[in-house]
Design a protein around this ligand. Structure first.
Ligand code: IMP
Length: 219
């Protein structure tokens, strides 16, 4: 597996075996999320690759049965490759809170149950952290992005991490998920108080995508 780790502060790469001899001209995005598609198209824009959402091929979301971000990203990408016969990009992300032993992690979107909403997830998170002092509320968003090629065993995998801490109450109206309680010390803002460009420049997802783009450029 070609695996690279990226963060706003450091980038480390572990080279693996050669995956591609040339760039594909069309890639399926294994997500129906319009925001993710826009972000990928922007970051990979100069590679001249046509990026098409899997919904254009009538492909449904895969079941996220993995126990790690890498497993889930690969499950999603392989599902899209199997359904379309085209190369696919997928990502998986979530919030890991130190005081909760890394929870909610891969279960971030369903943390408060099968009918979870962003609000019920935040309510549960704040309840679990009730009484935990400011100094022990460290957390990180994680994202793994991958590219899987049809008939090629080895994927290209990149990851990003954004460290911050969990506030005791929500701040800001932007973003989604846990953004209103995720505090970024460098900007002094929550993720929900950052503009899209500012968030993408710092975020786990932006870092993982930039690292994936860097690996594609290097092919
Ligand atoms: P997925 O990667 O689309 O499966 O998202 C996993 C879940 O992690 C989301 O539903 C959110 O609850 C949380 N999450 C991932 N990235 C972010 C982010 O940038 N801000 C807030 N919550 C996030």
């Amino acid at each position: 597996m070609v695996f690279a780790k990226s963060s706003p502060h450091k980038t480390t790469c572990w080279p693996g075996s050669l995956v591609l001899s040339k760039l594909p001209d069309k890639i399926v995005m294994a997500s129906g999320n319009a925001g993710k598609l826009r972000e990928i198209a922007r970051i990979l824009g100069d590679l001249n690759i046509n990026i098409v959402p899997q919904s254009d091929f009538g492909v449904e979301d895969a079941d996220e049965t993995g126990t790690t971000f890498v497993e889930n990203a690969l499950i999603k990408a392989r599902h899209a490759v199997a359904a379309t016969g085209l190369p696919a990009i997928a990502d998986d992300s979530g919030l890991a809170v130190d005081a909760l032993g890394g929870r909610p992690g891969v279960y971030s979107s369903r943390y408060s149950g099968p009918d979870a909403t962003d609000q019920t997830n935040i309510d549960k998170l704040l309840a679990e952290l009730d009484g935990v002092p400011d100094a022990e509320r460290a957390a990180a968003f994680h994202c793994v992005s991958c590219l899987v090629m049809p008939g090629v065993q080895e994927p290209i995998v990149a990851q990003g991490e954004w460290r911050g801490s969990i506030l005791k109450a929500k701040r800001g109206d932007g973003g989604f998920g846990y953004d209103p309680v995720f505090f970024d010390a460098e900007t002094g803002k929550t993720a929900a108080e950052l503009g899209d460009e500012e968030k993408n420049a710092r975020s786990h997802r932006g870092q993982a995508l930039k690292e994936l783009a860097r690996q594609l450029h290097a092919l």
